[in-house]
Design a protein around this ligand. Structure first.
Ligand SMILES: C[S@@+](CC[C@H](N)C(=O)[O-])C[C@H]1O[C@@H](n2cnc3c(N)ncnc32)[C@H](O)[C@@H]1O
Length: 314
């Protein structure tokens, strides 16, 4: 029988108690996280902050949140790791399927008609801002590659960005547990997903054609200048604005709007319907692309914006 050395965190030793997070310490982290990421931590996030940062305290063998705060301030690498802990990364393939239905039914026919009339090129530039572990940009890439095959002269470029380096590493790997596959429509599973076997059993991997279409980059939506080059035909920025304060949401949406092509679309998560959000943008959904009269499991309240000058031209 093999024996392992007992470590400081061995189950044989009583677990170290989690230090208290004093009100003053919480306020320091609140201000720091807000400044560095735009994420607003309310009083109800206090327990979440403790449990997420505790991992870092343990790893660094620090015994107070003040000591960890000083460490984060002094060490830019630790700042990145701290933000990795703070970010909530829940995502899945084809999240809010109504958005993908809308692309296929309303947006793609427009692009095809414009290309046929030589009013646009056959290159489509798409950005998943706050892409987490990649399910969103891969869902977009699969949808686009199916509708606009490179064999017909189309070129698909998908950019995935996020603040968290941890999720970007997973997104770039393009490998997920097989259970994730259930959200991927069967026709795309067959075409774009590889099932692992042997030591890779239980995993799925995106096929080369999809991986080639996507690139990833770290980017903070709340810090200008944005290190991306527009314009984009389509921007997805879903389920991230909810973490920001109102003024920050408005600024982010405004900046994203400036990076759209004149006919481009900005998709926000349905929970993020923002009325009067940006002067230069107008809502096309739910206004113009309404949800079906008889709601189905797929029909969410879409929140899609376009530049105002497009409406004036039409
Ligand atoms: C809940 S996930 C949403 C993922 C995907 N867009 C979706 O709807 O499924 C939110 C993501 O926003 C990222 N995030 C949080 N603050 C950010 C910021 N200031 N800049 C860029 N990304 C940020 C987090 O790291 C996280 O991966």
């Amino acid at each position: 029988m093999a024996y392992e050395e007992t470590t400081a965190h061995s189950p044989l030793l009583p677990p170290k108690p989690i230090p208290d997070l004093a009100a003053g310490e919480f306020a320091l982290f609140q201000a720091l996280v807000l400044r560095e990421s735009g994420i607003h931590l309310g009083a109800k996030n206090r327990a979440m902050l403790v449990s997420r940062l505790w991992k870092r305290l343990r790893a660094l063998e620090l015994n107070s949140f003040s000591a960890y705060y000083r460490r984060v301030k002094a060490d830019p690498h630790e700042m990145v790791l701290m933000l990795d802990c703070i970010c909530t990364n829940e995502t899945h393939f084809f999240r809010e399927p109504a958005a993908f239905d809308c692309l296929r039914q309303r947006v793609f026919p427009e692009w095809i008609a414009q290309a046929d009339a030589n009013k646009r090129t056959r290159t489509l530039r798409v950005w998943s801002a706050a892409c987490s572990t990649g399910e969103e940009p891969y869902s977009l890439a699969m949808t686009l590659l199916s509708e606009f095959p490179p064999s017909s002269g189309w070129c698909i470029e998908v950019l995935g960005t996020d603040l968290s380096t941890k999720v970007l590493a997973r997104a770039s790997a393009g490998i997920w547990p097989t259970e994730k596959m259930s959200d991927v429509p069967v026709q795309y599973q067959r075409k774009f997903m590889l099932k692992g076997f042997g030591p890779e059993k239980g995993k799925i991997k995106a096929a080369g054609e999809v991986r080639k279409a996507i690139r990833f980059q770290r980017m903070n939506l709340t810090q200008e200048p944005y290190p991306v080059t527009g314009p984009f035909d389509l921007i997805f920025c879903r389920n991230v604005l909810i973490y920001f304060e109102w003024e920050t949401k408005i600024k982010v949406v405004d900046r994203l709007g400036k990076l759209l092509t004149p006919d481009g679309y900005l998709f926000l998560g349905h929970a993020e319907s923002l009325h009067g959000v940006a002067d230069k943008l107008q809502f096309v959904a739910p206004k113009v692309f309404p949800a079906p009269k008889v709601p189905t499991a797929r029909s969410g309240a879409l929140c899609i914006l376009q530049r105002r000058e497009k409406a004036a031209r039409d």
